[in-house]
Design a protein around this ligand. Structure first.
Ligand code: DLL
Length: 455
């Protein structure tokens, strides 16, 4: 598959996308939202061609990867040829930490975010001005599809900071012509007060946080149905149709899903239309999705369940080609935006990541910390429950048989503190006696997710 042809330089393949100016009437759809499937695929082909050359010519890690596999961007002659190129995953980006995967000089970078990693080392996400514009326009597109109109006040309770949720939602709301209340996460009492006083029509946060917030309203004698909220745009963690029903009934509002991941840009890769509420439309003018068999990497057809893989089509600072998300789902034809396919709700992950209140946690992170505390053994299980509508993590961990229960309790306290600082989540600890946690064929089952997501 090695190509003899000389690679056209990126200069010969001009970037096929320049960010459009915000339309005067921001409630209008972007022209690409109305493209037919054929138009979308033609655009994808052009943009993929550019992306492959851009990555190959400017990111040594891609060049090395493709040379090693005997493929070259000039082998890409039809959309199906994307399969010729190897997939990448978080490891690829981790190896390039912090800036080795950048495809543009630093003076063109305007923002840097980071996503949580498995071993404490995050991966970096960088954006040019065009990338930020594209991101804002796609979040605005999701919000508009979900019923938000210019002028609606948006209470943004996604976390601000390195996490892409806060600033991603913020720029999207501004782009749509909405005043944003940059609340960030936490401080439930304050959130209750601000929503009561400012009367926003829209809230953006994780679905479980919106449920917890309902309890905050009830505690101070306010019926959530009496608040000003009319639209909720919820994502960053898996949720179900059952939870949608519960949220809509509790608040008397319309709740829509929003999907995204840091490596691709953040929230806004896909969003749900309020009139159909039938799954997120993936914005295929900027991202090409594929579903693969997680075991052998084979590309599967629409409606077949597998692992979602994404390629960015217009990202300048950090082109991402065939990134394995580990999210399990399937693709189905578009409805409200027929040219763009929809994704089913995420049913799980092909790795064992836990998403707890929007924070990504890997058992290996806990393991690493537990191993540093000499009164605790590496034998533990993670139990996730949802009492009072908020996710809770309990770590059941065996003490070492050389120490007393009291010494192990002290170690447990240290573990809680370390996890809070290094992973960013609160948890409970239960110290177990040595050799009491269930093992099957020598392996300890790490995760017991008791949240009843499969409704
Ligand atoms: O969670 C970006 C985001 C912020 C999306 C705000 C939506 C709203 P990461 O922290 O990199 O980025 O986590 C990405 O979260 O691979 C999924 O497993 C999960 N995820 C995100 N949105 C959804 C959703 C942000 N709507 C990982 N449904 C992804 C289910 C979701 N899972």
């Amino acid at each position: 598959m090695t190509s003899q042809s000389v690679a056209p330089s990126t200069a010969e393949i001009p970037q096929p996308w320049t960010p459009p100016a915000a339309p005067a009437d921001r409630s209008q759809l972007d022209p690409e939202e109305l493209y037919s499937r054929d138009e979308i695929e033609r655009l994808q082909f052009e943009r993929l061609r550019w992306t492959l050359h851009h990555a190959y010519n400017n990111v040594p890690a891609y060049k090395e990867l493709y040379d090693g596999h005997g493929v070259h961007p000039s082998d890409f002659k039809t959309l199906d040829d994307l399969e010729l190129f190897p997939t990448i995953d978080k490891e690829f980006l981790r190896a390039a930490y912090p800036f080795k995967a950048l495809a543009v000089p630093m003076e063109q970078v305007r923002r840097i975010h980071a996503s949580s990693g498995t071993t404490g080392q995050p991966t970096t996400v960088a954006y040019t001005e065009n990338d930020i514009e594209m991101w804002a326009s796609l979040v605005a597109r999701c919000m508009r599809a979900s019923g938000v109109q210019p002028g609606y006040k948006v209470h943004n309770a996604y976390g601000y900071g390195l996490f892409t949720g806060g600033l991603g939602a913020h720029y999207g709301a501004e782009r749509l012509g909405c005043p944003v209340i940059p609340m960030s996460g936490g401080q439930t009492n304050k959130q209750v007060q601000i929503i009561t006083d400012f009367e926003p029509e829209v809230i953006m946060c994780t679905p479980t946080y919106l449920l917890a917030l309902a309890d905050g309203f009830t505690k101070v004698g306010i019926d959530p149905r009496e608040t000003s909220l009319k639209f909720a745009i919820l994502g960053a963690e898996p949720w179900t149709e059952g939870m949608r029903q519960e949220i809509e009934n509790l608040y008397d509002l319309k709740a829509c899903d929003i999907y995204g991941l840091s490596e691709l840009m953040g929230p806004g890769v896909a969003g749900e239309a309020v009139e159909t509420q039938d799954g997120c439309h993936i914005w295929e003018d900027h991202f090409r999705p594929e579903i693969i068999d997680p075991f052998n990497g084979k590309v599967l057809g629409d409606r077949e369940e597998g692992e979602l893989v994404f390629t960015t089509l217009t990202r300048e600072a950090l082109p991402i080609i065939r990134f394995r998300t580990h999210d399990l789902t399937s693709l189905k034809p578009g409805t409200a935006r027929p040219g763009h396919r929809r994704m089913n709700r995420i049913t799980g992950r092909s790795d064992d990541i836990i998403i707890l209140r929007g924070v990504n946690i890997f058992p290996t992170q806990i393991e690493e910390i537990a191993l540093e505390i000499d009164t605790l053994s590496p034998h533990f299980a993670l139990e996730i429950t949802r009492p009072n509508r908020m996710d809770e993590l309990t770590i059941k961990i065996e003490r070492r048989d050389t120490v007393t229960a009291a010494e192990a309790e002290l170690g447990g306290k240290e573990l809680i503190a370390q996890i809070k600082t290094r992973v960013g989540c609160s948890c409970k600890i239960e110290i177990a006696e040595p050799n009491t946690l269930a093992r099957s064929s020598g392996k300890l089952r790490r995760i017991y997710d008791l949240r009843e997501l499969n409704d």
